[in-house]
Ligand binder design. Structure first.
Ligand code: R5P
Length: 311
């Protein structure tokens, strides 16, 4: 197999390569003066099984174009099979029409990746599971719950006494995956959106009084969802609230917002490279997803079961 990395997350790409003990493919993924993406692959990939590592995170459009152009370069260089490995699949929240004359951008992005020439997709904790069906090629959607659950076991006493909380109704299945791994109870926040990027807590479904809570979400963007949910839980009598999320999008003042919130800590995977922006902020720590992504790649390359990873 060969691993080709775009520029979205060089540290994770290198960690995945080290896990697989395979060097990253020699290639240049650069920009022309006007910011057009320019790719050249500096080694033979004819007949190879190639995995392109690239999250479509901020800057989402640039990183998406890099991915598409890398796939095109590989296709024209006669790679045998191309897998788009997107630890974070951006545009996923636009997975349905939210009103008249609105796009379904997640479907458009899936079409672009397929049309560029990808044969498979490997991703993690898609915002909604049905996005898998937007791709007409095999798509593996890895779960972060096992690695995050393991981290909870290592950092929290009596994990089965914790209360896992979904910060909105859409995240219940995901939160249940974590709760059942820990043998813990589940509560749900009834979140209402008052406008783009604005949310408030309408109700808490479940008894949180006297409980240690862990919010679990697929992503944190501006931070409103998790910080508001944490405050509502504390107001409802929770003794402490932490948050575990798969993708740290962390737009705008999210880091400062988390630091100023009642959250005890925010734990994220490294699917998105935000280390520079979070360095020195005491409440934020990481769990690497490199071994999980690496193992999934190894299994795909060897035609082994990927779902076995989550038994
Ligand atoms: C929404 O359905 C998502 O799962 C996240 O809860 C949301 O996108 C987080 O956004 P923010 O951090 O800006 O509230």
């Amino acid at each position: 197999m060969k691993l080709l990395a775009g520029n979205s997350n060089p540290v994770l790409s290198q960690d995945v390569a080290s896990h697989l003990d395979v060097p990253l493919c020699r290639a240049q993924v650069k920009r022309f003066a006007d910011n057009e993406v320019w790719v050249t692959i500096d080694e033979n990939v004819r007949g190879e099984d190639v995995f392109v590592l690239q999250s479509t995170s901020y800057p989402a459009n640039d990183n998406l174009m890099e991915l598409l152009i890398c796939i095109d370069a590989l296709k024209r260089a006669s790679a045998k099979r191309i897998t788009a490995v997107m630890p974070y699949f951006g545009y996923a929240r636009q997975d349905r029409k939210t009103g008249g004359r609105t796009p379904i951008s997640a479907k458009l992005v899936a079409n672009l990746i397929t049309r560029a020439g990808a044969d498979r997709v490997l991703t993690m904790d898609l915002h909604s599971g049905q996005i898998q069906g937007f791709f007409d090629i095999p798509t593996d959607n890895l779960l972060a719950a096992p690695i995050l659950g393991q981290n909870i076991k290592e950092n929290y006493d009596n994990p089965s006494d914790l209360l896992i909380v979904s910060p909105d109704v859409g995240g219940v299945v995901r939160a249940l995956q974590l709760a059942s791994r820990l043998n813990a109870d589940l509560a749900i926040i009834d979140k209402r959106r008052s406008g783009p990027g604005k949310s408030e807590v309408a109700n808490i479904i479940g008894d949180v009084n006297g409980r240690r809570c862990i919010l679990f979400d697929d992503l944190i963007d501006g931070g409103g969802t998790l910080c508001n949910a944490a405050q509502a839980l504390i107001d409802g009598g929770a003794t402490e609230v932490s948050a575990y999320v798969t993708h740290g999008v962390l737009s705008g003042a999210a880091v400062e917002r988390v630091q100023a919130s009642v959250l005890k800590e925010l734990v994220m995977t490294d699917s998105i490279d935000v280390r520079e922006r979070t360095e020195g902020w005491a409440k934020i720590r990481y769990v690497t997803c490199a071994p999980l992504i690496g193992e999934a790649i190894r299994r795909i390359a060897n035609e082994e079961s990927v779902s076995k990873l989550f038994d």
